[in-house]
Write a protein that binds this ligand. Structure first.
Ligand SMILES: Cc1cc2nc3c(=O)[nH]c(=O)nc-3n(C[C@H](O)[C@H](O)[C@H](O)COP(=O)(O)OP(=O)(O)OC[C@H]3O[C@@H](n4cnc5c(N)ncnc54)[C@H](O)[C@@H]3O)c2cc1C
Length: 273
């Protein structure tokens, strides 16, 4: 299929992008790497009147360390982050997760910001951001704001981004000696979206577990976190019965997904020791 016709603006600055977006409200859509949006346009599951291309905005690119945070610009390609020595050193959870996103061709174009903004519930990066207690930087007509990952993912493909806002960067606490991270996912073939996955972080005695592919957003498992923080793995595994209630989907039944989540927790727990 072909997309419905739309107008197209290639923004030369963030300010220009914000103006174009705010003029058209919900009729406008940002395009970054296009890896998710172009198929949606072609299948006519999205039909914006205006596409605002942010691909030329140098201010949204790059990876930098500031104080105790690693900041990754929204337009940073997934492949660039995967190859980054800074990401490997300061955000090893992202380094573990990135190779699981689709295939190399997808990661060469797909952006970090596009993945977080899309908020696919089976995607790796939103879960990593949540597990690390990261933050999202946002710009809009009313100025800039920062939203914690815990408050960013609202519902299925719904985030704290308002129409007209641009996700400009994510930041995650830089890895330290007191941190341990773990990641695992189960997919039918490497590169497929996961049937279930887990991104986890232990820091100063507390644990954050972010499951993906098991709900409408990446899901914290708070009772399991508390049990794991005191070293009670089997109690943590049992707690997933109340922490998670995965719906059936085309990949697996909810029952199977819960079983997979338990298997993932046992695997990932060894990485957190
Ligand atoms: C075959 C295939 C397999 C894939 N497998 C996986 C996988 O296993 N795991 C996974 O996580 N992903 C997977 N993806 C999706 C891929 O990671 C996308 O690159 C990513 O989800 C979107 O990034 P993008 O830069 O391409 O965004 P786009 O497609 O350009 O945009 C996606 C959405 O985000 C919005 N958006 C983009 N950037 C911003 C921004 N800076 N601010 C506000 N809104 C913005 C757009 O308006 C649009 O709604 C796959 C894609 C394909 C085609």
């Amino acid at each position: 299929m072909k997309p419905r016709s739309f107008d197209y603006v290639r923004a030369k600055s963030l300010a220009e992008a914000v103006v174009a977006l705010s003029r058209h409200g919900a009729d406008a859509r940002i395009i970054a790497g296009g890896q998710s949006l172009v198929p949606l346009l072609n299948m006519r599951m999205a039909s914006p009147a205006l596409l605002v291309d942010i691909g030329a905005l140098a201010e949204l690119k790059g990876i930098s360390l500031a104080k105790d945070w690693l900041r990754i610009g929204a337009l940073t390609r997934q492949a660039e982050a995967e190859r980054s020595a800074d990401v490997a050193k300061h955000a090893p959870l992202l380094a573990k997760a990135l190779p699981h996103i689709g295939h190399v061709a997808i990661r060469n174009r797909g952006t970090i910001g596009g993945s977080i903004a899309l908020a696919d519930p089976a995607a790796e990066l939103p879960a990593c951001l949540l597990a690390l207690g990261g933050e999202v930087e946002i710009a809009g007509a009313k100025g800039a704001r920062t939203v914690k990952a815990d408050d960013f993912f609202k519902d299925l493909y719904e985030t704290a981004l308002a129409p007209g806002e641009v996700l400009t960067a994510i930041r995650v606490p830089a890895h330290s000696k007191s941190m341990r991270v773990g990641f695992s996912e189960l997919a039918r073939r490497h590169g497929d979206f996961a049937m279930a996955g887990l991104a986890a972080c232990r820091r100063n005695g507390s644990v954050r577990l972010a499951f993906f592919g098991v709900g409408s957003t990446p899901m914290r498992a708070k009772k399991a976190e508390a049990a794991l923080a005191k070293g009670a793995l089997e109690e943590a595994v049992a707690a997933l019965d109340s922490d998670l209630d995965p719906p059936d989907d085309i990949h697996a039944s909810g029952k199977v997904k819960k079983h997979l989540a338990k298997t993932l927790l046992r695997r990932v727990a060894t990485e957190l020791q």
